[in-house]
Ligand binder design. Structure first.
Ligand SMILES: [Fe+2]
Length: 126
């Protein structure tokens, strides 16, 4: 569970924040629809909230979890799984084709290094 929490906090959430800063504004521009990605940003917020729930449960665990705590863990983990799986599918099946069709030549090449820089700055607190 500690590895899962570390992955969520150190990799997935910074990745999502970089998407909010770099990827989603491009999607909105390509769609000519300001605010169109707000529902996807809301998915990110929910992942942050469920990660905090998972950390809270982890911090409260002493030995083998009792049935109530097991149910709480299942609720959180199934929620994370469903949100993340659907979110990735939406990005892969909807946003990436939109970007491939709508970005100018070379623009995607510029976007992905910028996305990586944003993630790196977040990782080091810059
Ligand atoms: Fe995302």
């Amino acid at each position: 569970m500690d590895d899962a929490i570390a992955f969520l906090r150190e990799s997935l959430i910074p990745h999502a924040e970089a998407e909010d800063a770099v990827l989603y504004p491009k999607v909105e521009r390509v769609m000519n629809a300001p605010g169109a990605t707000a529902t996807m940003t809301r998915d990110h917020v929910e992942v942050v909230r469920l990660t905090a729930d998972l950390q809270r449960v982890r911090d409260s665990m002493r030995g083998i979890p009792d049935p109530d705590l097991k149910r709480e863990l299942q609720r959180i983990l199934y929620g994370l799984y469903a949100i993340i799986r659907l979110h990735f599918a939406k990005e892969q099946e909807v946003y990436l084709p939109l970007l491939e069709a709508g970005l100018a030549p070379g623009e995607a090449d510029d976007m992905f290094p910028r996305h990586a820089r944003v993630r790196q700055c977040q990782r080091f607190g810059a």
